[in-house]
Design a protein around this ligand. Sequence first.
Ligand code: SF4
Length: 216
Amino acid sequence: MYYITTHDSPATGLRGIGDTTWQHHGACNGLKPKVADRIFFPTARNSGSIAQAKAICGRCPVLETCLNAAIDTGTKDGIWGGRTEAERERSHARAAHRLEYNRVRAVVAGRDIPLSTRERAAVAREAVLRGWTPRRLATVLGFTVKHSRDLMGKARHELHQATGGAIPATPPAPEPQDAYEDERDDMTTGAEEFDALEGPTDAELAQQDADLGQAA
Ligand code: SF4
């Protein structure tokens, strides 16, 4: 069974990595490429095209998804979600520091949602608390095992500090099965070990964050 069960894990309403199906519902869908380019990728001074794009976006049913997609992917060019590049600037800057618990919970529960650095750190803390192997976290975040091991080491250190040592500074010795799994190249595991379908609650994540803030 795969760790990431994109089709079986609960729907969240969040857009998955690489999911562009929302574009079919955009109010701009169906415009001729030349027209779309002129309207949605205008020069900064072309106020006529900008106004035209905003009018189309204003009646678009996927406006928010479109805006989030541009921010998640760091797309700077063009008008997305009714906002110009300049209007999205602050959102792009904030995205790197974003910490939205619904996104963290979704990833812990097996969804492939794009995360900020802070959100990935929150998932790593949850991985430590749940006793995940680095390979399991690597699969969930799309990282290498080495990177995940580093991330979990940092998370464990933070939790160790925040809990006054209640969380051990070093991970427990892996069970033989875990050790095997950690070294394996494929992404499969026993179905009985898949317990990620329920993510942490917002309150649990907020408490972790508050504890870490106090410990800092
Ligand atoms: S928000 Fe604007 S750019 Fe995005 S899909 Fe809708 S119409 Fe197109």
